[in-house]
Design a protein around this ligand. Structure first.
Ligand SMILES: [Zn+2]
Length: 89
């Protein structure tokens, strides 16, 4: 599927494929079409920037889903279990 990046409907296509674009799932030709549209179209570029920012925030949050004190507890538990193992042996 291909579209004219200067048509108004290109906006819908661009927004629709933005997820795939950001995931790097598109073919080289498709990426170039969308990049071309984003360069020409302010509103779509704003949406793309927003999606990129949102992804970065979500990614950062995901890495912090386990709080440090919980990590310590888990580490202590694992340490304790390994000690029990040692006693059993
Ligand atoms: Zn657009």
């Amino acid at each position: 599927m291909t579209f004219n990046p200067f048509e108004t409907s290109a906006c819908e296509n661009t927004i629709h494929e933005l997820y795939h674009f950001l995931d790097g799932e598109l073919t080289e030709g498709r990426r170039r079409e969308i990049e071309m549209h984003l360069n020409q179209c302010g509103p779509c570029e704003d949406v793309m920037r927003f999606q990129e920012e949102l992804r970065r925030v979500l990614r950062d949050r995901c890495q912090e889903t386990v709080p440090q004190d919980l990590r310590d507890k888990i580490a202590a538990l694992i340490h304790h279990e390994s000690k029990v193992d040692e006693v059993d042996r």
